[in-house]
Design a binder for this molecule. Structure first.
Ligand code: PGA
Length: 249
């Protein structure tokens, strides 16, 4: 049985004070740890302060990106070591906004995955098709390609340490969610692909999250799909009460 994961991707939102207020309220909302694994991904500037608030709690701290090099002349970039130092245990890699707005290709994403794994950070590796690709019936081809290149040179052991997020690009921030059946079908495809790549045992244990306009209203239907093991939530994770509702669902 895979433990459900509820992850909030705050993107470029919240000041340090707002992040600390959110984390304080989230921590206080549960007397005993909730069923799902709870992850929040604040902006870089708030990581350290949020780490202090959630220390020793059920909440895990996640970064939204990293640079693949250890250190050096990369103005504006953040390394895996810096994320560990700030208190992170996981990192989002390959988000469609990084792919489309910042030109990150599968090869770069592969290097980032290798860097994160080598540092002991758990990657949430995102894949997903565009609207055009879905309309042209290319969803599975595109996702297989993202998986193949993104996971290049990774061992079965490495792959077992990832979470994968299926995020159809057309559903991110648009209010258009994939139906539970549409999402479930792609999740099944991903799990089968992972099974061929690293064995049935590895595939059965890997958490595959759905992301793209998940809300407190639609989360139950999505999570009812046996192949959906959690959510990577953007917009609806910014309000703490909304996020708490999705954890409790
Ligand atoms: P959204 O974003 O929930 O606002 O659609 C999800 C994501 O980009 O991870």
């Amino acid at each position: 049985m895979i433990r459900r994961v509820i992850a909030g991707n705050w993107k470029m939102n919240k000041t340090v004070a707002e992040s600390v207020a959110f984390a304080t309220r989230l921590r206080a909302a549960f007397d005993t740890p909730p069923g799902p694994e709870v992850i929040i991904a604040p902006p870089f500037t708030a990581l350290r302060a949020v780490a202090e608030v959630i220390r020793g709690s059920f909440i895990a701290l996640c970064a939204q990106n990293l640079h693949e090099a250890q250190k050096g002349a990369y103005t504006g970039e953040i390394s895996a070591g810096m994320l560990l130092d700030a208190g992170c245990t996981c990192v989002i890699i390959g988000h469609s906004e990084r792919r489309t707005l910042f030109g990150e290709g599968n090869d770069r994403i592969n290097r980032k995955l290798q860097t994160a794994l080598a540092a002991g950070l758990k990657p949430i590796f995102c894949v997903g098709e565009s609207l055009r690709q879905r309309e042209e019936d290319e969803t599975e081809t595109v996702i297989a390609h993202q998986l193949k290149e993104g996971l290049n040179n990774l061992t079965a052991d490495d792959i077992g340490r990832l979470a994968i997020a299926y995020e159809p690009v057309w559903a991110i921030g648009t209010g258009k969610t994939a139906s539970p059946e549409q999402a479930g079908k792609v999740h099944r495809f991903i799990r089968e692909w992972i099974g061929h790549r690293c064995g049935a045992e590895c595939a059965a244990a890997i958490a595959i999250l759905y992301g793209g306009s998940v809300t407190p209203e639609n989360i139950a239907g999505l999570m009812a799909q046996p192949e959906i093991n959690g959510g990577l939530i953007g917009g609806a994770s910014l309000d703490v009460d909304s996020f708490i509702r999705m954890i409790g669902n």
